[in-house]
Design a binder for this molecule. Structure first.
Ligand code: BG6
Length: 510
């Protein structure tokens, strides 16, 4: 349904010949088109160095839509009508002199398509261009808002460390106001990530328990079964800490740990998230040794198939010490969470793709039923982000029959049970939010810097101590064996929700 607030506008994508545009952005815009969510006058201008014409660009994008758009019942007519909204401009984006061509083209589009000088500039380019493109746009006056808007969406990685993030923010803020800058983290566009806010703040029953008095520890996992695919060149300079933890995992943590916001609006929510980042206990030298574990996948046979080790991947240094797995124990030093450990982990080439948040509750104060001995069996609330999105409460029940035999049972809800429910793609939601000027699900500059500030000591530590332990783990396993040791409590391990069913499947309990 079309939002009343949505203005006629153009989306200008830099890096339009790249994978993200092809697989995610254009299919997401198409989904919005199918739902009638785009404004009446809307156009996309793809910008890149490659020499497409409007026509050849449309052909390529239609191919991407056919493969990746999730909208149902896509007809040839839909594709034909939608593709008319797509345009292309070949431009050397690192040459300031070229930008007058862009300004001209936009004027022409405004005249022909009625896009009214409202522009979103989406930077899906190599990060080196993040400070450059906005500056050259501003030199053409394309940062200037009057009764129209100019917004910039910046993909991750937003900086590679604290200083580069500070510098990038400062460079953008020279020409743009904070409210014009949309720093994207696609995890925040996931339906179930937003559901975290609803679970916490629309239900009266969880919030009283959501604190150090009742929560024993919190676990956040983002596991992936894929390796680095064709991104070895990028990944080898990034690693799991920069690629997943500094952004996606800490964003999830903030939603789990934040105080109730005054309202569900951009400033209230982002203020509360910032406070969580500011309360993260800085990692001491001892923590860097004791509370962090990094790993790298090694070659292995998974279901009869040879899987390369990380160092054999294309564009990866054969002696690389880049981590493809990282696990960390950390603390949020505030009244709500004092001394409650948060365990977070992410890795590539793990047995399956699963992301979830698990709230582990404290045991009942007195053990009346002797069968309950294992901390792993205490009550848990599992919020499954993907796949099989849903929520599960592990609770104890008596097994029918003599005596008191206690068993864990699952009270669970799966989104898939909602008939005909369409779970929008993350980019769909985020693009639409930017189109209506809602930045709630985008990262504010101060929060971005706060997350880099937290991980910086670890980046420095690994830089200065290249020989710091890097644990090998066979591709297809749950990471380094020593990961369980991070959880010091007796009998306590990470939650391993997935079981190998057979050669062709892994089943993850929800
Ligand atoms: C990206 C990372 O931000 O997130 C990738 O750069 C990772 O390395 C991806 O594979 C995971 O996203 P999702 O949505 O598949 O969990």
């Amino acid at each position: 349904m079309k939002s009343k607030k949505i203005k006629n506008q153009a989306l200008i994508i830099f890096g339009a010949s790249g994978d993200l545009t092809y697989r995610k952005l254009i299919p997401a815009v198409f989904n919005l088109y199918k739902q009638n969510s785009l404004p009446d006058n809307f156009a996309v201008l793809g910008v890149a160095r490659s020499s497409f014409t409007d026509e050849t660009f449309r052909v390529k994008m239609i191919d991407g839509i056919k493969q990746f758009a999730t909208a149902k019942n896509i007809s040839d007519e839909d594709l034909e009508l939608f593709s008319k909204k797509l345009h292309y401009l070949s431009l050397n984006t690192d040459q300031e002199g070229e930008y007058s061509k862009l300004a001209e083209r936009l004027k022409q589009m405004d005249a022909e398509e009625g896009t009214e000088r409202n522009y979103i500039f989406y930077l899906s380019t190599p990060p080196a261009m993040y400070p450059v493109i906005p500056k050259y746009l501003a030199a053409q006056g394309l940062n200037f808002q009057n009764d129209n808007f100019k917004r910039i969406i910046i993909e991750k990685p937003f900086g590679v460390d604290l200083q580069s993030a500070i510098d990038l923010n400062a460079s953008l803020l020279k020409d743009y106001d904070e409210e014009q800058i949309y720093r994207i983290d696609h995890y925040l566009g996931k339906e179930t990530v937003q559901n975290l806010l609803v679970t916490r703040f629309a239900n009266g029953i969880y919030e009283p328990l959501w604190n150090r008095n009742y929560v024993h520890h919190v676990e956040i996992t983002a596991a992936e079964s894929i390796g680095v695919e064709n991104r070895g060149g990028y990944y080898d300079h990034s690693g799991a800490l920069r690629d997943m933890l500094q952004n996606h995992l800490l964003q999830l943590l903030a939603l789990v740990a934040m105080e109730p916001p005054m309202a569900i609006d951009s400033e209230s929510i982002r203020n509360e998230k910032l406070k969580v980042f500011q309360a993260l206990r800085p990692m001491s030298n001892e923590d860097l040794f004791k509370n962090v574990l990094r790993g790298q996948y090694t070659a292995s046979n998974v279901k009869g198939k040879y899987i390369k080790g990380y160092r054999e991947e294309k564009d990866v240094d054969p002696d690389s010490r880049t981590e493809t797995y990282v696990a960390m124990k950390l603390f949020v030093d505030n009244w709500r969470w004092a001394d409650v450990p948060f365990y977070i982990r992410t890795g590539k080439r793990l047995p399956t793709r699963v992301s979830e948040v698990v709230i582990h509750f404290r045991p009942a104060p007195q053990k009346l039923f002797p069968e309950t001995v294992d901390m792993n069996d205490e009550n848990q609330l599992v919020i499954r982000i993907q796949p099989d999105e849903g929520i599960l409460l592990k609770t104890k029940m008596k097994v029918p029959g003599g005596g008191y035999v206690v068993k864990n049972v699952n009270m669970d809800f799966h989104y898939s049970q909602l008939q005909d429910t369409y779970l929008p793609e993350a980019y769909e939601r985020l693009l639409l939010d930017c189109m209506v000027g809602d930045s709630t699900l985008y990262i504010r500059g101060d929060a971005l810097e706060a997350t880099w500030k937290f991980v910086q000591p670890l980046l420095d530590f690994w830089d200065n101590n290249p020989d710091a332990p890097l644990h090998g783990y066979p591709a297809g396993s749950w990471g380094p064996e020593s990961a369980d040791a991070l959880i010091e409590e007796k009998n306590l391990t990470w939650r391993y929700p997935c079981k190998n069913l057979s050669d062709d499947g892994i089943y993850c309990e929800l």
